[in-house]
Structures are given as structure tokens and as C-alpha cells.
Design a binder for this molecule. Structure first.
Ligand code: GAP
Length: 512
């Protein structure tokens, strides 16, 4: 059912100019996508919401924009050359390649589903008197499934932490996980696969240098730590924010823009005193969750998921997960990265990277708390939450994207009732007076009903209709996307009605 909705969202994104497969006329390029005329507006609004929440609302957070290409030693220092790997496994019959860890995670998720179904069935059977906690503790079928899950989960977490590829394969065999295509268990060994794209810089005659396309934007921040700290006279604690492209040669690239090979990240590295990192980690966890929830998609759609396997640089890590049509999935990571990156760059570059703390009267390597969110995953979150199919009057239905108005690509559509009698000119006049504040769209084709549907489908919160009465008394009909209610208002009131609702400021104020 939800998978169905997901397919509909993907085709809606294409049909209405949000997201196109890259290089489509050449049959596409795996896991690479282009944003269309609506998509780019939505994406820019998401980025602005994030950027302003970081650099406007926090006096001690500043932004940068570092280059995608960086000195190759940076990726040695960061650990990406040696450790930025995914375990892959092939099925010998279907010749399909999978991420071994994902196969096991999906197996665990299936057990969770079974348990939840038992609970749901019982809840229906017992009605009001149902005690879920008691049921989970006493029902034998649930207990058996839970024990099985816990056992596999413990083995899996240990294997990941020890990088034990043979054990990961053995778990796949023992759990009788089959290839979804061939249905067989004819698996190869598990191998590590580095996710970084490499290319060459400079001509061969000059001696070309192997460089990488950055797999995260964070390193551009670390290597600029001293530049920003010194030129900005920043005092610890402070943060550096950045939005930019990142590239990963993902083994399995499915689920549309959820896992891409070229994507965009919004990352903030917050530099703190050693020993204070876990306090800041909690603070940023809370702040970031608030940012998500302020969009009003429903608090129950979010949860934290602590990492089973900590990355080589972290002493605490959690994900913010959102309930996508295909289940709860990671949208953002919050990581306590210790002093790993700055210390490592100090070692590899031979340059001292320390901060003199005037209050403590000593120098140290700051610790780092990172918040890292994918723009594209956030885009998918917004799309999934906004996509709504509704029955309207009788048998008619509509697809409406219920975007928070501040994120909507178009804020206002202006529609002349007829293509004559000076109504188009009047409509243009309204757009000309409002276009400095809001992204407006003019549409005169087809019936008003059809035009409303088109605006619903791209999530425009307000439609204004210009009719003959407008010419006499300068009033228009404004129609609200979510309620479909209409009212007659004066043209000079339009700006006031709309501006508060569509302004990012209103959204940002919820975060203070
Ligand atoms: N600097 C830390 C870092 O990059 P990550 O958990 O690997 O951490 C952070 O990535 C976020 O970037 C993820 O939560 C996700 O939103 C996004 N992301 C990562 N890989 C992605 C991919 N292949 N496609 C789209 N978004 C991705």
C-alpha cells in the first residue's frame, strides 16, 4: 500500500517538474537525478530554512562554501581512503549485487513487522482493555520472534564493529536470506567496496594527481577551521555551516532520491571544549529535532535511532529518522566526532591546529559535534509528508501537495476568469505588485476548476481569481489550498493575508 504511494510520489515528481531522472533521453544514469522548475524552488526553500536556522538564529554559527576538490591527503587523514567502505555481496544466480549489511537490516525489519502485526491483531481482539506492554512481555509468539531478533542483532552489531566479513556472510546464510530476484542462497563472499569517486587533476605531462570527489562536505569545514576561527575572531563554542554537493559510488542505489550517487548535504560542525561534547551532542539533538517538527508533519513521524556501529571518529551518534512510505529511514545524522578530524589533519599536514582558550588560559584541540542532513532526503521527507489524495465533492478526487507554505515553490497563482475583457491585464497587474515578495504564477488556460487542480498538484497555498467584479471594486476571490474555502478580499489586503503564512520568519520563530 505505502509502496504504491511511493510509486505515485515518484511519478508525480516527474509529471509536475519536481524531479527528473538524469540524462533521461539517454535512458538515465543510475541514482543520479535532476531537479526541475518546481523541484529547484522547493529545494532552495529547504536550504534557506536550514541555513537561516543555523546562521541567523545562532550568533556563534557562521557559514562557508568550500571547494569540492580538495588535496587528496585530506581523505587519507579523514580515514575515508582506508575505511569509507560498504560490505557488498553478490548473488551468483541473479548476478545482482547487494549491501550485505542492508540485507540483514531488512531481515531484522521483517521480524519487527511480524511482531507489530501480532500486537495489532491482539489490540483489535482485546479492544479498550488491551495492555500492549504486558502482551509483549507474555505472548509466546512475540517472545520467540523477539529472542530471534535480539540474537541476530547482537551477532550483526559485533560483526560490524569487528569488521568481520566472514561472520556477516555467515549471518546471511544462517538466517536463510535469499536474493529477491533469483530466490536462491547462492552467495559470494562479502567484500569491502570503497565509495569514493576518483578522478585526475592536471595533464599527464605535468604528472596528474589522483583527486577525489568529496564524499562529505565536513572535511572542507575542518581544513578551514583555523581560517574561520582567526578571521572571524570566533570563540569556542562556535559552529561552521556549509551546504554543498557530495558524491558516493553507492553499491545499491534504489528508492529514488533517497540514495543517490551525487547529492547535497547541509552540515554544521560545532567546535567545543574537550569534555563538553556530550552535553552539546544532546543540545544539538534536541535543536535539530525541533527544526524537523516545526514543519508540522506530525511528531509521531520522527524518531531517534542510535547507531549500533560507531564510525571510526565518533563517541556518540544518532540518526533522526522520518517515516517514509517505505518505513522509518535516516534523514539526518548527529555525531560527536571527538577531536579525531582536527588532530588527524594536524598530524597529516604538519600544521598546528589548536585553539587558545582565553578563559582557560590554555590551548587545546576542540572536540566536534556535527549535524549532517541530506538536502535530497529532506526533499523526499517533505514530498512524502505533503502528498495527499483527497475525495472532493461527489466522485471527484484531487492530488494536493500540502507543503508548509514557507517551503511551497509557488506561493500564489493569479487566475483571470476569462481570457478577455481586460481580466488578464488586471491579473498581470496584481502579479507585478506582488512579485517582489512572493513567487507568483499566472495561468489563464482551461476552466478555473482545472487550474485549481494544477495548483493543488504543485502545492500552491493561495489562488486568486480575477473576475468582472474585480474591475469595478478591486476585490478578488482568494482560495485556500488545504480547506478549498474561498473568500472575497480587497487586492490591497492580499499581501498581508499571504505574507505572514508564507514567510520563513514565521517558521523560524517556532525554533526560538
Ligand atoms: N559528515 C557526516 C556524514 O556524511 P552520513 O550519515 O554519511 O554522515 C549524512 O551522511 C546525511 O547525508 C545522511 O543522513 C543523509 O541524509 C545524507 N546522505 C548520505 N548518503 C546519501 C546518499 N547516497 N544519497 C542521498 N543522501 C545521502
Amino acid at each position: 500500500m505505502s509502496e504504491d504511494i511511493f510509486k505515485k510520489i515518484v511519478s508525480h515528481c516527474k509529471e509536475y517538474g519536481f524531479v527528473f531522472p538524469s540524462s533521461e533521453i539517454y535512458d538515465g544514469l543510475g541514482a543520479v537525478y535532476d531537479y526541475g522548475q518546481m523541484g529547484v524552488e522547493l529545494k532552495n526553500n529547504i536550504k534557506k530554512y536550514w541555513w537561516d536556522s543555523m546562521v541567523l538564529l545562532n550568533e556563534n554559527v557562521v557559514g562557508i562554501d568550500s571547494a569540492i576538490f580538495m588535496h587528496p591527503t585530506i581523505w587519507k587523514a579523514s580515514g575515508h581512503v582506508d575505511a569509507f567502505n560498504d560490505p557488498l555481496i553478490d548473488n551468483k544466480d541473479s548476478k545482482k549485487r547487494y549491501r550485505a549489511d542492508v540485507l540483514i537490516e531488512e531481515y531484522l525489519a521483517k521480524i519487527d513487522d511480524k511482531i507489530n502485526k501480532e500486537v495489532e491483531k491482539a489490540a483489535k481482539r482485546f479492544g479498550e482493555s488491551f495492555d500492549e506492554a504486558m502482551f509483549r512481555q507474555t505472548n509466546q509468539r512475540v517472545l520467540d520472534q523477539q529472542a530471534k531478533r535480539d540474537q541476530v542483532h547482537t551477532r550483526f552489531a559485533e560483526a560490524l564493529n569487528e569488521n568481520n566479513l566472514d561472520e556477516i556472510r555467515q549471518i546471511i546464510i544462517d538466517c536463510e536470506i535469499v536474493c529477491p530476484i533469483s530466490g536462491t542462497r547462492n552467495w559470494t563472499d562479502v567484500r569491502q567496496f570503497n565509495l569514493m569517486f576518483a578522478t585526475e587533476m592536471g595533464s599527464t605531462a605535468d604528472g596528474a594527481m589522483k583527486v577525489y570527489l568529496r564524499p562529505e562536505t565536513a572535511q572542507g569545514i575542518f581544513v578551514n577551521f583555523l581560517n574561520v576561527q582567526k578571521t572571524g575572531r570566533m570563540k569556542v563554542p562556535f559552529g561552521i555551516a556549509q551546504i554543498g554537493k557530495a558524491f558516493r559510488n553507492e553499491i545499491v542505489a534504489r528508492q529514488f532520491i533517497f540514495r543517490m550517487r551525487e547529492f547535497e548535504q547541509m552540515e554544521m560542525q560545532f567546535f567545543v571544549r574537550p569534555g563538553e561534547e556530550l552535553q552539546w551532542f544532546s543540545k544539538w539533538k534536541e535543536t535539530r529535532m525541533k527544526w524537523h517538527k516545526a514543519l508540522g508533519f506530525g511528531d509521531q513521524k520522527y524518531r531517534f535511532h542510535d547507531h549500533d556501529k560507531l564510525a571510526h571518529y565518533a563517541n556518540a551518534a544518532t540518526d533522526i529518522e522520518f517515516e517514509m512510505p517505505f518505513g522509518f529511514k535516516e534523514v539526518e545524522g548527529i555525531h560527536s566526532r571527538t577531536d579525531f578530524d582536527l588532530s588527524s589533519h594536524e598530524k597529516f599536514s604538519g600544521k598546528k591546529i589548536q585553539y587558545f582558550d582565553p578563559e582557560l588560559n590554555k590551548s587545546y584541540t576542540p572536540y566536534v559535534v556535527e549535524t549532517s542532513i541530506g538536502v535530497d532526503r529532506m526533499f523526499l521527507t517533505v514530498m512524502s509528508a505533503a502528498y495527499t489524495e483527497e475525495q472532493v465533492e461527489g466522485s471527484e478526487s484531487r492530488v494536493v501537495l500540502k507543503f508548509p507554505p514557507a517551503l511551497a515553490p509557488i506561493k500564489l497563482a493569479v487566475l483571470p476568469l476569462l481570457k478577455k475583457d481586460n481580466l488578464p491585464e488586471k491579473a498581470r497587474e496584481i502579479i507585478d505588485s506582488l512579485k517582489f515578495d512572493f513567487k507568483c504564477q499566472y495561468d489563464e488556460k482551461d476552466s478555473i476548476g482545472k487550474r485549481y487542480r494544477r495548483q493543488d498538484a504543485i502545492g500552491t497555498p493561495y489562488c486568486v481569481t480575477v473576475d468582472h467584479q474585480t474591475l469595478q471594486d478591486n476585490t478578488v476571490t482568494i482560495r485556500y489550498r488545504d480547506t478549498m474555502e474561498q473568500e472575497r478580499v480587497a487586492i490591497d489586503k492580499l499581501s498581508d493575508i499571504i505574507s505572514d503564512k508564507v514567510s520563513l520568519k514565521t517558521l523560524l520563530k517556532k525554533l526560538n
